[in-house]
Design a protein. Sequence first.
Length: 91
Amino acid sequence: MITPENKLSTNLALIISDQCEHTTKIAVFWDDANTTFKDSKEFKGSVFKQLDHAFDNLMLCNRTKSNFKGLERIEKWDYPQESLREASLNA
């Protein structure tokens, strides 16, 4: 039985469990006007699992460019990993 005293912990338990009813959706568009979908994904499960899967998916869409300086390869993403991680956490 849910009471006002245990409702917060019950909701918290639901959100961090795999029975979480909320989902995370990510869409990638072909054009700058955001009218044509290239790909879209929906992630279910605990909010932690959704965050992990969403970040992994964003990194797959995050193109990498490589330059070489001597024998050293320097990789640069379209968006820094830290920025995508911060945006995901804030969302």
